[in-house]
Design a protein around this ligand. Structure first.
Ligand SMILES: [Zn+2]
Length: 70
């Protein structure tokens, strides 16, 4: 029984980690998206939103040249 609980916790952690990894900072004005840790993402406070990378691409987003959007 304990093993099953451990497994469920591990799966849950993996899911939340991948969800964070797929989140980018998307600039709605320039259409560029950044990794969350990017220096430009931190400077962008007005036009930027946190969205899924897929969504950023679907909106015509272009990866930042500094961080590559990862
Ligand atoms: Zn960037």
């Amino acid at each position: 029984m304990k093993k099953i609980i451990c497994l469920l916790i591990l799966i849950g952690l993996n899911l939340s980690v991948s969800a964070i990894a797929d989140t980018v900072v998307y600039n709605t004005k320039t259409g560029k998206y950044h990794s969350i840790g990017c220096q430009w993402a931190k400077k962008c406070t007005v036009n930027c939103i946190n969205i899924d990378r897929k969504q950023a691409k679907a909106r015509g987003g272009v990866p930042c040249k500094v961080c590559g959007g990862y």
